[in-house]
Design a protein around this ligand. Structure first.
Ligand code: ASP
Length: 363
């Protein structure tokens, strides 16, 4: 009898746990990219435009959570707003490759199921985050690239656009400047490959990361890092976490380069047992340090809090390696962490208690 009641109690406890209502913990966090973002290179109009669009993204995403939608649906809604805006380096505002094309990457991860989906190097999908979700929900794969991903998106009824949809003058000019800067640097200092006069002169690279090695790769990053990749992490009323990231990558990227955003564990990761993370910054460093999963692993294996884990990886490990950027992260209690080691990061959050903030600079 006693044994039966213990079993019954345990079952009831489990049922109540799984049916636990997280309505008072609903949280949605977004980022719009990290990089050389400071007051000196920002006009009030520009700042206002960023704030307005981020505010809409927060509201659209939060509305989904409020109505009982899932964290994956909320992430998609918030990211759509930023993908459709020319202000961010994702969707409509994507940066240009060395060849003058826009090649987009995106990923989603569902913290409940640990399922994930990603697309890389796509040129005709209007909202790559939706294609990533389709890969997660409607295929047996995790990542699809290029033409195949585009065919899949078309077959699933997603909106397909002509590649010219992604053209924006500002981004094209940024490519021209990046190429000019690269040419000047290489003319003066020889190429990295040939050795030249000892490679790129590090003192000539303005606005480069303050730590680590500078290289041709860093030059490519210099121009692109002024504009932001977008990402979102959310906690829904069912207690489920999700993370999504969408980007045009880095200005002047070559050779079919893929960044960290679509790589599960590097730029995007979610696990109900720990946290959901979306990253932005110099992708190569984020891939090598497996940033998003590293934060989760510190929580899982070392018992670190969300804030401590995110700080450890972004402010220590990445800084030591010279990797510039930041992350947004959230745990199941609705705690939020948004560390970055660059000059600024477009970021914001909205919570069930009505608290909402949109931040850009360090201070
Ligand atoms: N992480 C992105 C990439 O390397 C760029 C960014 O976040 O701005 O593709």
């Amino acid at each position: 009898m006693k044994r039966l009641s213990i079993t019954l109690l345990a079952t009831l406890y489990c049922v109540s746990l799984s049916a636990q209502d997280f309505s008072d913990k609903l949280t949605l966090v977004i980022h719009g990219g990290a990089g050389t973002i400071n007051r000196a290179n920002m006009s009030p109009e520009r700042e206002n435009a960023y704030r307005q669009t981020m505010n809409i993204a927060l509201e659209k995403g939060y509305e989904v959570l409020k109505k009982g939608g899932t964290s994956v649906q909320a992430v998609e809604a918030a990211i759509h707003v930023m993908e459709d805006s020319p202000l961010f380096n994702a969707g409509k505002g994507a940066v240009f490759t060395n060849e003058g094309k826009n090649e987009l990457d995106a990923a989603i991860m569902d913290g409940r199921t640990q399922k994930a989906g990603a697309v890389a190097g796509v040129t005709t999908i209007k909202n790559p985050i939706s294609a990533a979700i389709a890969v997660m929900d409607q295929s047996v794969h995790v990542m699809m690239a290029g033409k195949g991903a585009e065919q899949f998106a078309r077959e699933k009824g997603l909106e397909i656009v002509d590649p010219s949809y992604f053209y924006t003058e500002a981004r094209y000019k940024a490519l021209e400047r990046a190429k000019e800067q690269e040419k000047t640097e290489l003319d003066h200092n020889g190429t990295k490959e040939s050795g030249g006069k000892g490679g790129v002169d590090q003192r000539k690279i303005k606005n480069g990361p303050k730590t680590g090695h500078h290289s041709v790769e860093d030059l490519i990053f210099t121009e692109g890092k002024k504009f932001g990749t977008v990402g979102c992490v959310a906690l829904d009323k069912y207690g489920n976490l999700a993370a999504g990231t969408s980007t045009g990558g880095m200005t002047n990227k070559r050779y079919g380069r893929i960044g960290d955003a679509p790589i599960i564990g590097a730029g995007t990761y979610a696990n109900n047992a720990t946290c959901a993370v979306s990253a932005t910054g110099h992708g190569e460093y984020f891939i090598r340090s497996v940033v998003a999963h590293d934060i989760s692993a510190l929580m899982e294996y070392k018992g670190l809090s969300l804030a401590d884990a995110a700080n450890e990886v972004v402010m220590k490990k990445l800084v030591e390696k010279g990797g510039e950027g930041g992350v947004i992260a959230i745990d199941r209690n609705g705690n939020v962490a948004m560390p970055f080691n660059s000059e600024g990061m477009y970021r914001g959050y909205i919570k069930a208690d009505g608290k909402r903030e949109i931040l850009i600079y360090k201070d």
